[in-house]
Design a protein around this ligand. Structure first.
Ligand code: G1P
Length: 311
């Protein structure tokens, strides 16, 4: 069973500037919880017991968020705010220990993951990129848990893949499978290329931020030199792993939301408010209706208004 996950959080989040100048991008909220909260819940649901954050001096608020804040709790107790108190206490998941290591210098995703080697050791482990939220088609399914099962069945590393539009291909790691791969949900990989030009891309299946690895990845990471963008790329280390043992692509049944860029973040925020229950959702829907009425031509307002109603 995989019990350890590595989450690289050392990056500066330049795509989210200026918001991310003094607040880590992982601490930006989706409705009333920071992005990292969703990622840690995903780990807990998948049975992870140890999370290793690969972090940076400017990111201590992530650890503080999951720590107990007795002063705040006392204040909530004294002012009788019981339901808020419960919500604050729920933040710290009992099932998981969160530790952190420092990356020392920002030198790419592969370099960041390698910084966790001593803590993780010689065991299979998961990697979650905190920019990406994964929504399974079936809401009760945890995709990471499925990937962990698949690793146990096949004794091989798994890389989550999702088809992307042509114009997005140069932004991702892109996968190539052995023959007839598109027919299967899980298939053997023959190649992975980091951020190829569309003309050089072997498919439109993008690596979307969830991986489970055998410990053989460590040696591949150690042997990986700088690649695209002058950074040590995780994709290049996986490409080496493919030469040594079977690695599988795991096709996502669902969709991802990339919160690491502004448009994706805005969408994820709205979606999260709409999927939360209670008064906030109702008030926000009412607000959206008013925005639609004020800003959209009557003919499109019907369509958009109908869409909003369906939430
Ligand atoms: C990283 C990985 C890339 C992957 C992407 C998913 O790129 O290097 O292979 O497809 O995450 O979000 P980044 O977005 O950090 O440039």
């Amino acid at each position: 069973m995989i019990k350890t996950a590595v989450i690289p959080v050392a990056g500066f989040g330049t795509r989210m500037l200026p918001a991310s100048k003094s607040v880590p991008k992982e601490m930006l909220p989706l409705a009333d919880k920071p992005i990292i909260d969703f990622i840690i819940r995903e780990c807990v649901q998948a049975g992870i017991e140890q999370v290793v954050l690969v972090s940076h001096a400017s990111k201590v608020s992530l650890e503080d968020y999951f720590d107990c804040n007795e002063e705040l709790e006392m204040q909530l107790i004294n002012s009788g705010k019981k339901s808020l108190l419960n919500r604050v206490r729920e933040i710290t998941p009992e099932q998981v220990t969160i530790t952190s290591v420092r990356q020392r210098k920002v030198a790419g995703l592969g370099h960041a993951i390698l910084a966790a080697k001593k803590v993780v050791g010689n065991q299979c482990f998961a990697v979650l990129l905190p920019d990406v939220l994964v929504h399974a088609e079936n809401k009760s399914t945890n995709i990471l848990a499925q990937m962990i099962n698949q690793l146990e069945k096949t004794a091989s590393s798994q890389v989550l893949l999702e088809p992307v539009d042509d114009e997005l291909v140069p932004l991702y790691g892109i996968a190539q499978g052995v023959k007839n791969f598109s027919q299967n949900d899980c298939f053997q990989l023959s190649n992975l290329i980091e951020k190829p030009e569309l003309s050089e891309a072997p498919s439109n299946l993008a690596v979307v931020g969830r991986y489970v690895f055998t410990p053989s990845l460590w040696e591949c990471l150690e042997n990986t030199s700088t690649g695209v963008g002058g950074e040590v790329q995780l994709t290049d280390a996986i490409q080496q792993l493919i030469q040594e043992e079977l690695v599988y692509g795991f096709k996502l049944k669902g969709r991802t939301m990339d919160c690491g860029n502004k448009q994706g973040y805005y969408r994820a925020f709205v979606e999260q408010v709409l999927s939360s229950g209670g008064n906030d959702r109702q008030a926000f829907l009412q607000f959206l209706r008013e925005v639609v009425v004020k800003n959209i031509k009557p003919e499109s307002a019907d369509v958009i208004g109908h869409l909003i109603k369906s939430f």
